[in-house]
Design a protein around this ligand. Sequence first.
Ligand code: C2O
Ligand code: CU
Length: 469
Amino acid sequence: TGAGVLLLSAPPSSAAAAVGIDPGSIAKYVLKMPVLPDLRPHGASITTDYYRMTMEEAYREVIPGFQTKVNTYNGHFPGPVINAWSGRRVVITQTNRLGVPTSVHLHGAHVPSSSDGGPMDLIAPGGGTKTYTYPNKQAHANLWFHDHAHHLESETVFRGLTGTYLLRDEVEARLGLPSGQYDIPLSVRDARFDDSGQFLFQMDDFFNRQVVLTNGKAWPYFEVAARKYRFRIFNTANLRSFQFALADNSPFTLIGTDGGLLAAPYTTQSVLLSPGERADIVIDFSRYPVGTELELRNIIPQAPGTPPDVSQVLQFRVTRTERDHSVVPAKLRTLPALPPATVERSFSLLMDESSPEPAWAYINGKEYDPDRVDTTIAYDTTEIWTVTNANKIAPHNFHIHLVQFRVLERNGVAVTEGAESGLKDTVFLRAGETVKLQATFTGYRGVYLYHCHLFDHASMGMMAQMEVV
Ligand code: C2O
Ligand code: CU
């Protein structure tokens, strides 16, 4: 359709449709949403916390009544939560007991290239190990880790290789935001299952992935007290964007995005997250009587004027009243100043949308080549990157490793408030859209990636390398 600027992926392939469990037949709000478990360090020194993680398969109840084979970190689907503190180092030794090579990338982190988890920096299957060092020399941020092994990551991530990494600092800690059991990460994604309840993975299979999982469960419910909660939402889907809203359309407070807190809270009725992006929100349930059931919904249309293909996400149940001493202060942080930019570059994202099975996916006309450096950047330079989605239908997004950037403009309009006014590492681009980003490349030298974070597109080649020299 020519008016397809809002379409979420390439058109559905009729051949691939209607195989597997009908999402409509899955009972909603039957499974309880788990709180993601914290992983404890196995050792600590004055400067460093040491962790061990093993990637291995397990069977878990993802949809009611079935045991699905999933990829896990330490048996957890999705992976556990690492709690890190700004300035304190984290060292993680990863062991790969899966049948395919893996690479662990800490998304949004400022790390040496050797610990960035590049697509060719692989951990051998069947027991290979690698130790990653994360200096955490950056401010608080909602980071996450996931597989990045080239051509494989779309499937290994789909099967479960994602985890949460909360980097905290003093600035965030002293605000008095909801904390502890009132500070809940939500890892939201879609999936598709075969008739026996096993994951069904096909490349670029957007329209058939219509089961929505939160923290590893399909359409779960979560019991809350009538008070404020902080939810750190991670879009860990391969291709699907979500626009989250409460079913009664009531406002909530957006306090942070990919790279941590906004300068000030922003009241909104919805927040849009493309794959890889994060939203940090506060919902105040004190306006609801005990007994209320309230859905968190996805309201993004498939195309202008059409309803979302998947609207239900999760159900909150207000089960009790509780005291609430938490606050959302009017000022959250001071964002780092924007130094003057001295270099400008342009990037164009384009993928084959002539067939249901895209044959190629390019950045600036080229497919990813691990032996090619596409962009050379002088250390400590501030640059402006203009990124365009050159497709007519397919959406993309754009993620840069190493940095947190700022979105200066979207389609020529300056970004002054809302979800794109803070620090970002991933930005959504509908078909035909252009954004202007500013980043300072400092701290580490070496080779890093930038790519579309719709994992299936990255696996097809929409990925490139920069070298900071
Ligand atoms: Cu989460 Cu290279 O990305
Ligand atoms: Cu893409």
